[in-house]
Design a protein around this ligand. Sequence first.
Ligand code: KIV
Ligand code: NA
Length: 270
Amino acid sequence: RKPLSLPRLADMHARGEKITMLTAYDATFAAMADAAGVECLLVGDSLGMVCQGLSSTVGVSLETMCYHTESVARGLRRVQGTAWVIGDLPFGSYHESREQALRSATALLQAGAHMVKLEGGGWTTDTVRFLVERGIPVCAHLGLTPQTVHALGGYRVQGKGDEGAARLREDALALEAAGASMLVLEMVPAALATELTARLKRCATIGIGAGQGTAGQVLVMHDMLGINLGKMPRFVRNFMLDTGSVQAAMQAYVRAVKDGSFPVDALHAW
Ligand code: KIV
Ligand code: NA
């Protein structure tokens, strides 16, 4: 298998082949997901909750993100994996200035990421352009942005109503124009995610709780394996239930995303 790359992902997007993504935080699970055919591994700052036991992602440090990114990259090297690795820029690591964002992104790339992800619209557009101009692939993230949970007032659907939808639309188009090549849409109405997916030609939408109309899907790996300390979000499917092994569950996830049988709008979206 050939390693995933930005051109290969753009080609999948252009052909309408669904892009599969799972989070990964360590070497073993990263290697297993790669073997199952998952194209993109997101070293998400959700590791703050999943691995560190924090109550939100706000307290995750850049150093911790680098540690887990290194583990994932080493796991992939061990098995000659082909997955595209995305490192999450944690809260506070890109908010100060574009230069700070560049330094933080550089640390994630040096740890083994191929792309960095950051949350939000508005002011982040300048940051995205700054990084992309310097050769760093960027994944944006709109809708429910967990790093701003305190401002949002909880983990709830975003982009509802005319005003919310208009703001999200504007942000998404600006991020594409700034050069973001992927855009995670988290907990937004399926109709809006579908509309944005059609409008963004140079930026692949990756949905989580955003319905079946996006160019790709992402889930927190532990969630799709049925391992969760709290309440399982409604948009998750437990792929372990019908499969019985981690490897088979990951393969079932890839199949279901590719053939469009996950997610089912009525069950997993708004
Ligand atoms: O940190 C994370 O896991 C994420 C995904 C849920 C998109 O940002
Ligand atoms: Na994240």
